[in-house]
Design a protein around this ligand. Structure first.
Ligand code: NAD
Length: 252
């Protein structure tokens, strides 16, 4: 068990990649603190995690609210005695529109959640990690943070920012025993992508799938394995890295 007695916070942990990561960390013996928007989804997840024998707590947290995020850190420390890993998975895709038509309010909203929300979480946990001279952050970026993503200027800008924040913070804290990495998936079959599918024409989704050399979307469990690796001692010399999980998309 790679994470026996370790405490892991997962933002956006009720759905998709964050949820898959919660079950993988539970398998590895971690204690889980799940932060997400919906109390109801939190209750369902807590029941499911209990069934697999996981020790877990849920808090309704909006990552864009710095006070909520502070409470997430203090509640987690109070409940479990500390924090070893923070996984920042909360995020949204935003609409699909070419740049000249992309609504500025949506651009701001995507930045608010994907960039400022993630920044709030890193800023709140780092004093705790600094005090104990150890800690681990895994940020969900995207291949859209390493290259362009036509139709998604807000999302791509936000994920480039996540990569920049990951590299900068990794530099700042490398000598303090704190590792900070980003995982960069391509299209992964989660509610985020499923919603894009129902809102969009299927041809578009077929085109996305076809662009992937492996000719399939990723599975949330495959991305969860990359998160586990980045947070584990198997990656003890890795920091500031962008771990690409994309079925070959970026080499095509
Ligand atoms: N699915 C993909 O194709 C894909 C590809 C690359 C990167 N990612 C990234 O992976 C992460 C997880 O994506 P997913 O596919 O699992 O999405 P998802 O929609 O299934 O899950 C995202 C979770 O984040 C939560 N969330 C959203 N806004 C929040 C807020 N303000 N405060 C707290 N929680 C909030 C949602 O409630 C949801 O539970 C995201 O950062 C996403 O950008 C996803």
């Amino acid at each position: 068990m790679m994470f026996k007695n370790q405490v892991v916070i997962i933002t956006g942990g009720c759905s998709g990649i964050g949820r898959a990561a919660a079950f993988r960390f539970a398998q590895e013996g971690a204690k889980l603190f799940i932060a997400d928007l919906s109390e109801k989804a939190g209750d369902v997840l807590m029941e499911e995690l209990e069934k697999v024998g996981a020790e877990a707590a849920f808090a309704r947290i909006d990552v864009t609210d710095a006070e909520d995020v502070e409470r997430m850190i203090t509640d987690c420390i109070q409940r479990f005695g500390g924090i070893h890993v923070l996984v920042n998975s909360a995020g949204i895709l935003g609409p699909r529109a070419r740049t000249e038509r992309y609504p500025v309010e949506d651009f701001k909203n995507v930045m608010e959640i994907n960039v400022f929300g993630l920044f709030n979480c890193m800023q709140a946990v780092l004093p705790h990690f600094l005090a104990k001279k150890s800690g681990n952050i895994v940020n969900l970026a995207s291949v859209a943070g390493l290259g362009g993503f036509a139709g998604h200027v807000g999302y791509s800008a936000s994920k480039h920012a996540v990569v920049g924040m990951t590299r900068t913070a990794a530099l700042e804290y490398a000598k303090h025993g704190i590792r900070i990495n980003a995982v960069c998936p391509s299209f992964t079959m989660t509610p985020m992508l499923e919603n894009a599918m129902t809102n969009d024409d299927t041809n578009y989704l077929d085109a996305l799938q076809n662009a992937i050399p492996m000719k399939r979307f990723g599975k949330p469990e495959e991305i969860a394995d990359a998160i586990i690796y980045a947070a584990s001692s198997a990656a003890s010399f890795m920091t500031g890295h962008t771990l690409v999980m994309d079925g070959g998309l970026l080499i095509a």
